[in-house]
Design a protein around this ligand. Structure first.
Ligand code: PEP
Ligand code: MG
Length: 587
């Protein structure tokens, strides 16, 4: 009898990154490994040693492959970390001790190696020397990989993904996401997460279709199962039938044809039907996204999240390293401006183990994050400020502080910026004396004192991802409450209005760089409220520009007034969606 094809089933999650992907799953399980423990028959000890030798060779080959990939996708420097990993595998002390453990206990080689490695990790981790502590992280990483090889399992590493697969994971950290190779990740599905989690933002910037909040999908699929990821509707279809594939082929073709029309219209300026010009800029995480910004005609960068430079580096990047990265972006886009945001580490972007500045926290989103961390580490902060200032000599740079909560914090940040300027003058190094500085408005307290902040900066940038999180008390990464995360909540609209009005009274520009900026449904509302600039993941620019070009500013203002008068967020959304649909249909 023919084996029956597994039946199709559908899982509804949250649409996180547009597009449709079809292909085999790669189940990415980051769970702790279970190492089996058993006694080896005395006659089989030699075979156990041979198994160990073979695993060492295979692991070395794996690491070399990953190293070559990282070199190609990221940089030579980032690939260097794997040299340290190779050294662990060649460490005669570690290997010798493992073999002695085998002789002494007669236990299986996985147990022996793990026992010795854990001893090393514990010893290194305790040493009060950053370099040696780093070795503990290397040994940990390599141990996991070697054990995976010994146990015949696929090592959990997204950088090493070489075949074209759909990544299915419980969760993906921002640094793991940053290590994903665009050409091998067809799609991403996670059990948890929300539209504004940083891993998703990275997926969107790479144009990888993604669905998050797929509940327990990792327990329902296996590596190799065929999946459709519908990043438009937030749906995952496991074992799709021929009929479903056909339907999705058609949807994809229709969306593609709409997208190509959008791209053609994207060559025109972002101007409303009644001649109001809007600035559309791009959000980027990595210097190599400059090409993407140009491709999608971003008018420069409205948000460069510099923390990704730190997340992808084994050591804290020096002033020189940062300067080189910032300068490359600024020169790559000149004369268009680049808004460089100072470090926003913490929250869901903790520093990798060895760079830890704060230590674990019960509520990281309410904790030692962004400007708070920088103000307590002025040397680290000033390295970055000098690097940004120096990059400003090579094009148009704007500097922006994240997570400002009040005027005093802004004063302290600006005082350190003045110190950095003075240090560069003393060194005789050039920078733009007229560098514009801005504050992100993403904490409700900052919004409420926007009138006090406005005289101290040149622009505001509304960070709605965090602003909504803090205003509505909804963890932006928690899928259980993701449905409550609502940009059309009356409180959100009122706060946006408050900030925009304060900016206008003080004659400073106000932009918006949260994910809300990249949703074309919200574009007319934001215009009508008075936002001057929208900044978003580059691939979203054409759709937003399309809406702007099909909207009259006078209508957008009326829409904003009507939306502000609503009391029920569902009605507000219905109102702005109807406005959007009328313009898309009219095309
Ligand atoms: C925001 O909070 O809206 C924002 C743009 O910053 P991030 O997503 O990096 O926190
Ligand atoms: Mg933010």
């Amino acid at each position: 009898m023919e084996p029956r094809a597994p039946s199709e089933f559908v899982v509804q999650g949250i649409a996180a990154s547009a597009g449709i992907a079809y292909g085999p799953a790669f189940l990415y399980l980051q769970n702790e490994l279970e190492v089996p423990r058993y006694t080896v028959e005395p006659g089989k000890l030699a075979a156990e040693i041979a198994r160990f030798d073979q695993a060492l060779v295979t692991t070395r080959q794996q690491i070399s492959r990953i190293q070559a990939q990282v070199k190609q996708n990221l940089s030579e420097e980032e690939a260097l970390i794997f040299d340290a990993h190779q050294m662990v595998l060649e460490d005669q002390a570690l290997i010798g001790e493992t073999l002695r453990e085998l002789e002494a206990t007669g236990l299986n080689i996985e147990t022996c190696f793990n026992t010795v490695a854990q001893r090393y990790i514990a010893a290194f981790a305790e040493i009060d020397d950053e370099y040696l502590r780093e070795r503990a992280a290397d040994i940990k990483d390599v141990t996991k990989r070697l054990l995976h090889v010994l146990l015949g399992q696929t090592a959990a590493n997204l950088t090493g993904l070489v075949e074209q697969r759909i990544i299915v994971a419980h969760d993906i950290s921002p640094s793991e996401a940053a290590g994903i190779d665009r050409s091998s990740a067809l799609g991403i599905v996670t059990d948890i997460g929300s539209r504004t989690s940083h891993a998703v933002i990275v997926a969107r910037s790479m144009k990888i279709p993604a669905v998050v909040g797929a509940r327990d999908l990792t327990t329902k699929v296996q590596s190799g199962d065929r999946l459709i990821v519908d990043g438009y509707e937030g749906v995952v279809i496991v074992h799709p039938t021929e009929a479903t594939l056909l339907r999705y082929g058609k949807i994809e073709a229709e969306k593609k044809s709409f997208e190509s029309r959008l791209l053609a219209a994207n060559e025109l300026p972002a101007e409303t039907l009644d001649g109001v010009r809007v600035t559309l800029r791009a959000n980027i995480e990595k210097p190599d996204e400059v090409a993407l910004v140009r491709h999608y005609r971003g008018e420069g960068v409205g948000l460069y999240r510099t923390e990704f430079l730190f997340l992808n580096s084994p050591t804290v990047p020096t002033e020189e390293e940062q300067y080189a990265a910032y300068r490359a972006i600024v020169e790559g886009l000149a004369p268009a401006p680049v808004t460089i945001r100072t470090l926003d580490l913490g929250g869901d972007k903790p520093l990798p183990g060895d760079l830890q500045l704060g230590g674990p926290e019960a509520n990281p989103f309410l904790g030692f994050r962004a400007i708070r961390m920088c103000l307590e580490h002025p040397e680290l902060f000033k390295d970055q400020l000098r690097a940004i200032l120096r990059a400003s000599a090579h094009g148009r740079v704007e500097l922006m502080y994240p997570m400002i909560s009040g005027a005093e914090e802004l004063d302290r940040a600006n005082a350190l910026l003045d110190e950095a300027r003075a240090e560069l003058r003393a060194r005789g190094q050039a920078f733009d004396e007229k560098l514009r500085t801005g504050a992100m408005i993403e904490i409700p307290s900052a919004a409420l004192v926007a009138d006090l902040l406005a005289p101290k900066c040149d622009f505001f940038s509304l960070g709605t991802n965090d602003l909504i999180q803090y205003l509505l008390a909804i963890d932006r990464g928690n899928h259980r409450i993701a449905h409550l995360y609502d940009p059309s909540h009356p409180a959100v609209l009122r706060v946006l209005k408050l900030v925009i009005d304060a900016a206008q009274r003080h004659r400073i520009k106000v932009g918006l760089c949260g994910e809300m900026a990249g949703d074309p449904v919200y574009a007319p509302l934001l215009l009508g409220l008075g936002v001057d600039e929208l900044s978003m993941t580059p691939p979203l620019l054409p759709a937003v520009k399309f809406l702007i070009r099909n909207t009259k500013f006078s209508d957008a203002k009326k829409l904003a007034a009507e939306a502000l008068a609503q009391t029920d967020p569902r009605q507000t959304y219905a109102l702005i969606e109807a406005f959007y649909r009328a313009r898309v249909r009219a095309e």
